[in-house]
Write a protein of this length. Structure first.
Lengths: 371, 371
């Protein structure tokens, strides 16, 4: 194997695929990145069996071949090289030499026969989506994935495609997060559960530019996302996702319109009293055109007021402040609507276009609500 | 106590003094910051008995008084407040209320009688120095402080003032770092050992602007540094510092002039083979106008060449690459001189003005040097 490639391209490809290198494994090649040169393409692959990432660099391939290189050492070396063309050469014993100018680095490589390459599928159904949109809908829902080991489906997100809508849902025992976007293909019908960990890695490798396109491909057991020169494959979680339609109600008796930043800042400040373990609720006391928020703890107390528009009943209700800040941080709108019913029924934050819904269960205030 | 102050000023003062709040302590008030309002000055103090920091904010004091506030909660609250004037008020039970607009935060404060306030000294001798210079000489020497618990003097840096020169020295068993700067006062004569941990904190609170002045005051057991509105006090380490003058030789048989960045980048790349525990040496093979550097390890090997100017003998010598990169990172010069004698005698890196000297002991190469 012998090829030349731009240091920057190679560095970017390594930092993309390295997210799929397993943290621990007994397999010989598992902590490696596969480097496979053919047809003026240098293909890099990492695979942790839950998830695989492939990234292709364009270069000049002088001799086809492949090698497995220890991922961290390979990344460190390429990162530390000057920004220039570099040449990579591998002999039949997998000794891999990285040349630049008169200097050379020999890395002891490994054979590629036993490397778990990225799986190849017959793609059938697919969905085109802006890279940026996919990145955003992950960010706006991933925080409420459950960390409960016992329920594996809740450790993933539901991606549901029906009637020209992609709906992404995550939930734990206390809250539900939903993002909905319209898609062009009205006939596509899919329902898959994607592991949260994979989505987190996908989020990190998706580009920040708003004009790149990604394609989601579906098989029975895998989601494949292709974008730019990258292919991302993850296994799906098998099982039936919680049927959230039963808990989503559009009925309410109180509707508030409020400045999102003011609400976020206030709830965020209240968290100074809500240290670990000390699960203090912030109380929202909703009156005519004003919401008063307060919290009492062993370390002190707070009380703030924010002007609102309100329709419906007055209400006093308590929430875990972290659940509120998580949802509010995910929303980009300047002004938001809160829908409430009773002190024991959930809060819904949703926009008029129904592009997002955040449901949060209240905390039972007991005596505290009366202060 | 009652005062008003700019949120930003208060936030900056808290983040300065909080470095002296002890991590763990049994004293009631130890995890607190003292807030003391008097004469339109709000004085903040933290003290961990090794080191104390005081910072003064200008504000409007409506009622004199003082309170101790739990440092992290106080910092978090002020940080999260909007950038505005805030009012702080404390009642006779030390319940402290932070007001802004119509909103209020009550923090449960503590009494101040048992708080270990910053000590007050009769300053006698002092040295004026640019804040920036003090920050730089700490950065350029602190990395070679010994972490050997057994020798307490080496866990600090020597600050030696004599004949119009401030010389700062740190050393561990393998290397010595020295910075020298000229000072105006030719009569001052001082020799103190300042704890490395205190210097690290001082480094972090010194301003980055180049035109601020700091004053170092000396007592028998303390160094006091005042700058802007901050007073920093640290205990000194008692004892006799290692006499480095015996090991500093200006004799050499090989002198190299080399581009610092090229040398740094090369040695830094070699560290990819020098993982933890695996104490590999980088070999410097010095020939006529060229230096060849190489390293062999179980993971691979490297070989690089850099053009140099050389006078004197050829030489082959090995070093721990980390010791080289630490010293090279501290040097700002573009071109540097290396002075060497034999494969077993130390390397000296020093400038013509004698403003810095880095001495590094070589590694015994044994067979490796012959490859």
């Amino acid at each position: 194997m012998k090829f030349s490639v731009s240091k920057n391209d190679l560095q970017n490809a390594i930092s993309t695929v390295i997210k799929a290198v397993p943290v621990k494994s007994n397999l010989t090649n598992a902590d490696c990145i596969l480097v496979d040169a053919k047809d003026d393409e240098i293909r890099l692959v990492a695979n942790n069996s839950e998830m695989a990432i492939e990234c292709i660099c364009t270069g000049r391939v002088l001799e086809e071949g492949s090698v497995c290189l220890e991922s961290k050492m390979f990344q460190e070396l390429i990162r530390k090289l000057p920004d220039d063309l570099i040449e990579v050469e591998c002999d039949k014993n997998y000794l891999t030499t990285v040349h630049y100018k008169d200097n050379k680095y020999d890395l002891i490589g490994k054979e590629t026969d036993t490397f778990n390459d990225i799986p190849v599928f017959d793609y059938k159904e697919h969905l085109d989506i802006f890279e940026f949109s996919l990145k955003e809908i992950i960010r706006q829902t991933i925080f409420s994935i459950s960390d409960n080991e016992a329920n594996k489906t809740l450790r993933g997100e539901l991606f549901e495609i029906k009637d020209g809508i992609l709906r992404v849902v995550s939930l734990d025992g206390q809250r539900v997060s939903i993002r909905r976007i319209e898609i062009e293909d009205k006939s596509l019908n899919k329902k898959i559960i994607v592991p949260g960990k994979s989505l987190n890695d996908l989020f990190n490798i998706l580009g920040k530019e708003s004009n790149g396109m990604a394609t989601m491909h579906f098989t029975d057991n895998h989601l494949i996302v292709t974008f730019e020169s990258t292919t991302f494959v993850t296994r799906l979680i098998d099982g039936e996702f919680f049927n959230i339609d039963n808990v989503l109600s559009k009925e309410y008796s109180t509707k508030i319109t409020i400045n999102k930043k003011e609400l976020y800042d206030c709830v965020d400040r209240s968290t100074i009293f809500a240290r670990e373990g000390d699960k203090k609720a912030i109380v929202l006391s909703i009156g005519e055109n004003i919401i008063e928020m307060y919290m009492n703890s062993s370390k002190g107390s707070m009380r703030e007021k924010i002007e609102i528009e309100k329709s419906g009943n007055d209400l006093k209700i308590g929430f875990n402040p972290k659940y509120l800040t998580d949802a509010l941080r995910a929303i980009d709108d300047e002004t938001i609507h809160l829908y409430l019913s009773t002190p024991k029924s959930p809060l819904f934050i949703r926009d008029d276009a129904d592009s997002f819904t955040y449901m949060i269960l209240p905390v039972n205030l007991g005596v505290e609500g009366d202060r």
